[in-house]
Design a protein. Structure first.
Length: 242
């Protein structure tokens, strides 16, 4: 009788321990599942961020925003804020709207000995403009511009080169204008031959001051711009927000 009672007691104890173990496992599993569903705030790209842009600059320019996402869907290196530790790091490639900002997307900026803050992966190209073609001198470092090209075809006696001391020697039938680059960044506005640095202005009768505008472009775009200065007339248009 005592043996039977002891067996029953042991069975009851094992059942209680087993039930407790199952409940503990279920509770931990539920906690893990709930943790995965909890929302966390992460940084997300709102507007295109050019390669070489610092994290601090991207935030200051309103290129970054925040979004709440389930923690289970967020990569481990997703950034939740721009801290001093990452503020001076720069993007190692162009970032597109909708991308999460990851720590792995940022790199240490290389020291620039040229005197120009050239974005990573880009190069600086300087082009000489007359005042009208350079948006009447209303350009500064950081301005965003579109580059148009005017070219002449069908008449070897005409060209679309800059004519800062008078009108261009072409007619509507000879000239064609088209968009070459929709958005590039002005790195510097400097002095050209016989010109004034900074903001340029018209002076004299029909004479426009020459000025140099330095643009940040890719290698392929640099080739187009250089060729354009030989075969046609580059013309800049200032974009809104610049």
């Amino acid at each position: 009788m005592k043996r039977r009672a002891l067996t029953i007691a042991l069975a009851v104890l094992l059942a209680v321990l087993g039930t407790g173990g199952v409940l503990a496992y279920v509770n931990k599993a539920n906690a893990r599942a709930l943790a995965g569903q909890q929302a966390v705030t992460v940084l997300i790209v709102r507007e295109t961020i050019a390669a070489g842009t610092s994290a601090a600059a991207a935030q200051a320019q309103g290129l970054l925003g925040t979004e709440r996402l389930p923690s289970a869907s967020v990569p481990a290196d997703a950034l939740t804020a721009i801290t001093p530790a990452v503020s001076n790091l720069v993007t190692d490639a162009d970032l597109q709207p909708g991308q999460l900002l990851l720590r792995s997307m940022l790199a240490t900026s290389a020291p620039d000995t040229s005197g120009l803050a050239i974005p990573h992966g880009m190069m600086a190209v300087a082009i000489q403009f007359c005042v009208p073609e350079a948006v009447a001198g209303n350009l500064r470092a950081g301005s965003k511009v579109a580059v148009f090209a005017t070219t002449v075809s069908g008449n070897s006696g005409l060209n679309a080169q800059a004519a800062c001391t008078g009108p261009h020697a072409l007619t509507a039938q000879d000239a064609r204008t088209h968009l070459v680059l929709p958005k590039v960044t002005v790195l510097a506005v400097g002095q050209g031959t016989g010109g004034q640095s900074g903001s340029t202005s018209s002076s004299g009768s029909g004479q426009n001051t020459l000025g140099l505008v330095t643009l940040a472009v890719s290698q392929a775009d640099a080739s187009q711009l250089i060729q354009l200065t030989e075969d046609g007339l580059p013309y800049l248009a200032l974009l809104a927000g610049s």
